[in-house]
Design a protein around this ligand. Structure first.
Ligand SMILES: [Zn+2]
Length: 101
């Protein structure tokens, strides 16, 4: 996957389009990412004990990687990424400014 945990991404589709936040978790098998505080849905939780009230909690749902773009720490834009071979290691680079991200 092009996006890793801890990256800042911008959502380009869906209800939070245009917003950006940090990636909390990646799900490589599902091609999805969980973003901090975005794509949040209300979930109703049933009371566990008698006499307790049910409550509504906000739960973030993962989105498809294809609906997000990486935000470059160098130029601050949402960018496409490329790869180049650095010190015997593959480096992810910003296609706009060339910074390693
Ligand atoms: Zn850049």
């Amino acid at each position: 996957m092009r996006i890793k945990k801890g990256d800042t991404v911008k959502i380009i589709a869906g209800k939070d389009k245009g917003k950006s936040a940090k990636v909390l978790k990646v799900f490589p098998v599902k091609n999805k990412i969980l973003i901090d505080g975005l794509n949040v849905y209300k979930k109703h939780v049933k009371p566990k004990k008698q006499g307790e009230k049910g409550q509504t909690v906000l739960v973030p749902r993962p989105i498809y990687v294809s609906n997000a773009m990486l935000v470059c720490s160098g130029c601050g834009n949402s960018v496409k990424t490329g790869y180049r071979l650095g010190n015997e290691k593959k480096e992810r680079i910003c296609k706009k400014c060339g910074a390693v991200i």
